[in-house]
Design a binder for this molecule. Sequence first.
Ligand code: C5P
Length: 219
Amino acid sequence: PRERPLAGRHVLVTAGPTHEPIDPVRYIANRSSGRQGFAIAAALADLGAAVTLVAGPVTLATPPGVHRIDVVTAAEMAAAVAAALPADAAVMVAAVADWHVAAAPQKVKKGDKPPALVLAENPDILATLAQGLQRPRLVVGFAAETERVVEQATAKRIRKRADWIVANDVSGDVFGGEANTVHLVTADGVESWERLPKAAVARRLADRIAAALVLDPFD
Ligand code: C5P
């Protein structure tokens, strides 16, 4: 029989981009296909976890056995994450837009000059979760960086109070691609994984999450 070490555990995953409307027909967004996050949700479900996947706008099929909640904006994602608690672990893979636009209620018309976008900060969903009263026992964040990848991920782990940061170097062709090169940054140090298909990164991370939850002496 297949091992299901995460049976009875609830794991929350965010994936995909968020879209922040400029007006009813336009938006700003971060680049993200959602593939790494969906693969992680699938791998966790394979290990027996009850998975809640809060997904931004992507065109991907829901992995078998995964409970999916579709959202569009960062504010909606933050609300869906809060509503899905409690959870034993959370893996925040979404490429959340850092800002939203003071959106116009009607379509903005072309004029003499291009309109200025007024941006306001979005909530940091990972930092809010990691510092909240219902903090999951294991909080995993992602960091997409184009330079000084490990250094920035290490700082991000501390700043956001995450347990682990999965850092990926996005200076290459990772967006929408099949493979990923990641470094797992924990309190114990940095582990650099070889370039792997996103499904293999997902399986390895899911195995590590299972080990962390199951071996926890306070469990
Ligand atoms: O600060 P930065 O965007 O690089 O952090 C990336 C990590 O934080 C990812 O895990 C991402 O899902 C999460 N994040 C978030 N809410 C935001 C911004 C980032 O949950 N508003």
